[in-house]
Design a protein around this ligand. Structure first.
Ligand SMILES: Cc1cc2nc3c(=O)[nH]c(=O)nc-3n(C[C@H](O)[C@H](O)[C@H](O)COP(=O)(O)OP(=O)(O)OC[C@H]3O[C@@H](n4cnc5c(N)ncnc54)[C@H](O)[C@@H]3O)c2cc1C
Length: 457
């Protein structure tokens, strides 16, 4: 039976008092007392908006230092880092809590992502339930080849821990702290006014009313379909994009994983990935044509196709894919996208709002974490010293890392998937590339280094 569980709760605005002081390497502060200048005022709207004139309705307005749009991993982690650095912020999220906590997406955390979550006190459950992985298997031409991470990277590895769980952990921490930054669910940002002025304003809708959030800075963490990147005038940006002629059919199944580490399979029928969310739950993906309707695939067809693409020479005796109840399916198109620069005046873009990678390299969530660590550091520096040095370097610092992840994600995608019009020559090139990784320490190390994540500068 396929379905999605969920339940909700909402957090009202809270404000108020917490401790600040010295800054650690992630921009966290500790010690002295500091007041949050978060206010809620009720004033008649006389701005000329015809929806409000004479309607007797009242306008709600708030003020904070950093207005964060989006409570995905980027927005929530940024709020946590800023709170610890003593910088006021408010998070606006258009969906409800249940929705953001159940949205199935990433699951592979780079070493640097795990380190950041630990350092900001958000890794208690991750350390208990996360599954450390020391390598991956590349499967092609009926053979499996393991890429070992620690030996190629000086001891680094990755951790399997679902994005849904990170979001739950960060939401719980934020709501549990009475002095924590307000987190408003059901608050949809509809416009960012004057992002290039000294006093940007976010207009948002909540419970049928229009409200405003005045800020010193706006963090656009609202994903690829949000409003933040569109708030930058077209003549101030460059965009770079690549679409792919295939998608992923994602499957969540209540069955223990059939492997200890992820399997990336290149097969003449198309790509397949065996991943997991826990020792009881498997996450699997199949390359499918664009515009595939998941309803067109029966559970049996999905398992048959997965079995065919993961098959090893020697059949069942060599390896067997365990089957179980499929609880959710989805189709994800593949896209590479970058918008430059990642800053416009006092608006800073972070995560999927600024860049998208196809999920083959497992980089999207990790890039979002890299962006907000860089942004939190820069905002903390400005807060304590008034310097704009790190803020001025934000876009260039992030883009250097973003383009490395774009390159790696493109490489993994292009090497492992079959395009509909792919020629036999290109088939041979893909196999030669994979053979090279399987037989050369240098080629294997190059993959390992990128997979575990390049350092956060
Ligand atoms: C199938 C799949 C598998 C993936 N696997 C991996 C993986 O293994 N490893 C990895 O690193 N990455 C992976 N990714 C990518 C990863 O999930 C994303 O990169 C990540 O979610 C980006 O986080 P974000 O916070 O920037 O954006 P999002 O998670 O998209 O969050 C944006 C938030 O903003 C909210 N929002 C949007 N518009 C508004 C508005 N107007 N007002 C208020 N709120 C708004 C949204 O509701 C959302 O909650 C995968 C993605 C997919 C789809």
């Amino acid at each position: 039976m396929r379905g999605q569980p969920g339940q909700l709760a909402e957090h009202g605005e809270a404000a108020l008092e917490r401790t600040d002081g010295a800054i650690d390497r992630w921009g966290h502060r500790t010690e002295t007392h500091h007041k949050l200048h978060y206010e809620r005022s009720f004033t008649p709207r006389t701005s000329g908006d015809p929806r409000f004139i004479g309607s007797g309705r009242r306008d709600l307005s708030m003020r904070t230092t950093v207005g964060i749009i989006g409570a995905g991993p980027a927005g929530l982690l940024l709020a946590r880092l800023l709170h610890r650095a003593g910088v006021d912020c408010v998070v606006l999220e258009s969906r409800d809590r249940a929705y953001v906590e159940q949205r199935q997406r990433a699951g592979i955390l780079e070493q640097g992502t795990v380190d950041v979550l630990r350092e900001c006190g958000a890794a208690e459950r991750l350390d208990r339930e996360g599954l450390p992985h020391q390598g991956i298997e590349l499967r092609f031409e009926g053979r499996g080849h393991r890429v070992d991470f620690p030996s190629a990277t000086g001891g680094k590895s990755v951790t399997v821990y679902a994005q849904t769980e990170i979001v739950k952990d960060l939401v719980r921490l934020q709501l549990a702290d009475p002095g924590g930054p307000p987190l408003l669910f059901g608050a949809e940002a509809v416009a960012i006014e004057k992002p290039d002025s000294g006093a940007p304003v976010i207009r948002f809708r909540r419970e049928g009313r229009e409200e405003t959030l005045s800020c010193d800075f706006v963090a656009g963490c609202d994903g690829f379909h949000g409003i933040a990147r569109r708030a930058v005038p077209a003549d101030r940006i460059r965009t770079f994009e690549r679409t792919y002629p295939y998608s992923w059919l994602g499957v969540l199944a209540d069955v223990p994983p059939s492997c200890e580490e992820l399997i990336y399979a290149r097969h003449r029928r198309g790509f397949a990935l065996h991943s997991m969310r826990s020792p009881q739950v498997s996450r699997l993906y199949l390359q499918v044509p664009n515009d595939t309707d998941p309803a067109d695939w029966s559970d049996e067809q999905i398992w048959d196709e997965l079995s065919a693409r993961f098959a090893l020479d020697g059949g069942d005796a060599a390896w067997r894919l365990e089957r179980g109840p499929i609880t959710a399916t989805s189709v994800t198109p593949m896209r590479s996208f970058v918008q430059e620069p990642m800053r416009h005046g006092r608006l800073f873009l972070a995560g999927d709002a600024a860049h998208i990678v196809p999920p083959t390299g497992a980089k999207g969530l990790n890039l979002a974490v890299g962006d907000v660590v860089t942004l939190a550091r820069a905002l903390a520096q400005h807060h304590t010293t008034g310097s704009t040095e790190l803020l001025d370097g934000y876009s260039a610092t992030c883009l250097a890392r973003v383009w490395q992840a774009e390159r790696f994600s493109y490489f993994m995608t292009d090497t492992l998937h079959r395009r509909p019009e792919q020629t036999p020559f290109e088939d041979r090139l893909q196999i030669a590339q994979l053979d090279r990784i399987a037989t050369s320490r240098t080629a294997s190390a190059e993959l390992a280094e990128n997979y575990v994540g390049l350092p956060l500068s």
